[in-house]
Structure formats: C-alpha cells, structure tokens
Ligand binder design. Structure first.
Ligand SMILES: NC(=O)c1ccc[n+]([C@@H]2O[C@H](COP(=O)([O-])OP(=O)(O)OC[C@H]3O[C@@H](n4cnc5c(N)ncnc54)[C@H](OP(=O)(O)O)[C@@H]3O)[C@@H](O)[C@H]2O)c1
Length: 405
C-alpha cells in the first residue's frame, strides 16, 4: 500500500495518522478493501473539504484509520446522514456554523468532514464512556453542528453526542432517527414558540414540500391548526397536481403555488378560505424570501408573527414599512442550532415527541432519495449525488444510508 503509517502505539493513539488517501472525482485509484487491523484499527472513509467552494469542486472521499478507543473515546459507525441545504451552504463557506478543520484524520493540511445531521451506532468504547452509561450498539446523534456526519466511522467523546435511549429508539428506522433532529424540530418549535395558535386558527408557509414544511403540515394538523401551503409552480402541471394532493394527504388545508400567491384576487380567495376573513392567519413560516415571501406577509392578520428560517431563493426579504407600523406584524428569525444550544433538554423532549408520533403512525416520513454508501462506493458517485441536490424540484431529500462499511 502506498500510504505511510504514522501511528503511535495503539494505547497512545486517538486517531491513526495514516497518510493519505484522498480521492476526488478526477483522481483514479485502485479498489479499496476494508479491513480491521490486528490491533483493532477501524478503516474509515469520509467526504471532506480542505477549502470552501461548490461541493462538486471541493469534496473529496478521504480514507483514514481510527485507533481502538480508550478512556473517554468511542468509535461510531454511521447509519444514516441526510444532505440538508445547510450542509451545502456550510461547504460553500456561507453558513454561520463552520465545519471542524483538523489534521487528526491523517493529512498534512487541515480538512473537515461535511454534514451536520445523522445517526450513528457505537461499535467500540473506552471505560470512561461505559461509566457514563453508554454501551456497544447504542444509537447517538450529534450534539451540535460541525462534527461531520458524511462519513462511515468517527471517533467521538460523550461531549460530541446525545444518546437515543432504548425506549426512544424502539420501532424507529435509521433514516427516521437520522433526519429527526433538524427538520421536524424546526417546524415544531416555530409552530409553538412565537405565538400560541388556537385550534382552528391558520398559519401560512412557503417551501411547503420541504422537510420542514411537511413536518409543519403534519404537526399543525395534529394540534388543530389550519394551513395555507405555498409550493413553487412546476412546468409539468401533472407534477404540480400530484404535489398538491401529496401535501393535502399529509393534512394541508390549502395548497397554492407561488404564482397563485402573487396573482390578483388572492386576498379575496384567502377570505373565502378563512370564513370571510373572520378566522385570522396569525403565523407565517418563511424559508424562501423574495417577492413570494412579501406576498405571503400581506395575507397575515394584524399583529401576526412572521418567522424567517431559510433563504432558498437567495433573495432578500423586503417588507413594506406599513406592515410594521400599521399592521403591527412581528418579524422574527429562527435557527434551530442556536435554540438547541440554549435548550438542550427541550430539544431532547421535542425529538422524543416526534419519534413517539412516528412510532404511533401519526407522523409520516419525508420522501427520501436513499444514497447507498458501501465500503466500495466510489467518491465520484457520492459526490455526484451531493451535486444532484443542488438542483431544485427534487422528489426526495438525499440521505446517505450506510451498508457494509
Ligand atoms: N433555521 C433553521 O434552523 C433551519 C432548520 C432546518 C432547515 N432550514 C432551512 O429550511 C429550508 C428548507 O430546508 P429542508 O431541509 O426542509 O429542505 P429540503 O427538504 O431539502 O427541500 C428543499 C426545499 O427548498 C425549495 N427550494 C429549492 N430551491 C429553491 C429556490 N430557488 N427557491 C425557492 N424554493 C426552493 C424546494 O422546493 P422545490 O421542490 O420547488 O425545488 C424544497 O421545498 C432551507 O432553507 C434550510 O436551510 C432552516
């Protein structure tokens, strides 16, 4: 093998510095065989970056070894990790939380593992970790963004992870566990934390077919709220109709396109939906911005709340001053990472609640595009799948599902 082994003796090592198999789309290489060495070193692969940029240009599949865990270390094997819009923004260098650049994966220059969300299984652990109540086979989430989840294996400490206790895990698939902590939590908190909607009151949202949007539809329905849901128009009208139907099946009361939202007569139409305007629309959830978001704000009742949590159109949010002065609309921002950092226990409860609904069949999975990641899967294949997510109008969220790694 061409790589150069730079490992200290197993007892001393945290991560074996095996230099350096760094596979990008343009680099040809021999097929790799996974093995666990006689000393129990775990062979790992990760999608990494050494600089910010467009994902297809900067992502590389990097191989390295992880030494057997001791004291407060554990070795994780990832099970499912989604590709969220924030992961893409983070790779581009335009996201506020940065990935962790390190040389501990055996490179001369720092690299960072991409991805922020996922679920992993503990496959080996040190004595200190056992004392904290963890065991082999436990499932864990990452406690905070920036750990790097697009990887087969990782070395972690108990500070990096939150355990999914056996009760929470029962009946839950790896994809459900690996996608619960960001999208459903965001929808849950935004529906609850900015105003108290009464049963029968309305909220309106754009990006309604996104992971967050689908979660909001379902949670809103469960809690007795009514929803107006805005999706982007599709050229293929049969696909648009299929999307309306899909969201109505989830519990959406009204589904309209962004074109319909900006058409003349939308205010009269909204009156019809809301009992002649007597039932207020008291909350808006916005992840798009631009003119369609302004149009959404115009449908709100006086003193309503407008929460912005994303910027998919890359346009600014433009608000007429009269909405602030005369209509008294309250504009907020929400970032689930900041909320979770301040409210770790509430985060656990929120996750537990959504998993409980999932287990009971009250909360349906978002559609996913499963990207199989086996030990032999090539870097260009994985990176190609990440590139695909840069296009809109997708049928499902890309999720890395790890097989025999
Ligand atoms: N603030 C927070 O804490 C937080 C947490 C989670 C997510 N988010 C944000 O919420 C948004 C949705 O995330 P997600 O993971 O739920 O998304 P997702 O499931 O990956 O779906 C992407 C959504 O974005 C829409 N979209 C794509 N390109 C667009 C464009 N140019 N203009 C308008 N809409 C576009 C898609 O609509 P089409 O099907 O029409 O392409 C789809 O509805 C993202 O902005 C994300 O960053 C924020």
């Amino acid at each position: 093998m061409a790589s150069k082994l730079l490992c200290p003796p197993p007892r001393m090592a945290q991560t074996c510095l095996r230099r350096t198999q760094h596979f990008g789309p343009a680099i040809s290489r021999l097929p790799q065989r996974r093995h666990v060495s006689a000393y129990g070193y775990e062979q790992a692969k990760a999608l990494t970056v050494s600089e910010y940029g467009e994902p297809p240009a900067v992502l590389r599949l990097h191989s390295h070894s992880i030494s057997p865990p001791h004291s407060n270390l554990m070795t994780l094997r990832f099970l499912a990790s989604p590709i969220n819009p924030a992961d893409i923004n983070q790779i581009q260098g335009v996201y506020p939380s940065k990935p962790t650049f390190t040389t501990s994966l055996g490179t001369a220059n720092p690299i960072a593992v991409a991805g922020n969300e996922g679920v992993a299984e503990i496959i080996a652990l040190g004595e200190g970790v056992k004392k904290e109540g963890f065991k082999k086979g436990d499932w864990v989430f990452m406690k905070a963004p920036g750990f790097g989840t697009w990887r087969t294996h990782a070395s972690a400490t108990t500070n990096d992870v939150v355990k999914l206790d056996d009760q929470m895990r029962e009946g839950i698939t790896a994809i459900q566990a690996g996608t619960v902590s960001i999208n459903p939590c965001t929808a849950y908190r935004m529906l609850r934390d900015f105003t108290t909607l009464n049963q029968g009151e309305w909220f309106i949202q754009n990006g309604a077919n996104s992971g967050v949007g689908r979660a909001a539809i379902q949670l809103g329905k469960k809690w007795g709220y009514k929803s107006i849901n805005v999706i982007r128009s599709r050229e293929d009208k049969s696909k648009e109709e299929a999307m309306r139907k899909e969201l109505q099946d989830l519990g959406a009361d009204v589904v309209i396109t962004d074109t319909e939202l900006q058409s003349q007569g939308i205010k009269d139409q909204a009156k019809e939906w809301t009992n002649g305007g007597r039932d207020p629309i008291r909350l808006a959830l916005n992840c798009v911005n631009g003119k369609a978001a302004t149009a959404m704000a115009k449908l709100l009742s006086s003193s309503a709340h407008f929460v912005t949590y994303g910027a998919m159109s890359k346009q600014p949010l433009t608000i007429p001053a009269s909405m602030l002065i005369f209509k008294d609309i309250h504009f907020h921002g929400f970032w689930v990472s900041r909320w979770a950092e301040k409210n770790p226990e509430e985060k656990q409860k929120t996750v537990a609640d959504v998993l409980d609904m999932t287990r009971k069949g009250d909360f349906r999975d978002m559609p996913v595009d499963e990207i199989k990641w086996e030990w032999e899967t090539k870097g260009d294949e994985l990176i190609g799948k990440v590139r695909d997510t840069l296009e809109g109008y997708r049928d499902g969220k890309g999720v890395f599902v790890f097989g025999k790694t």
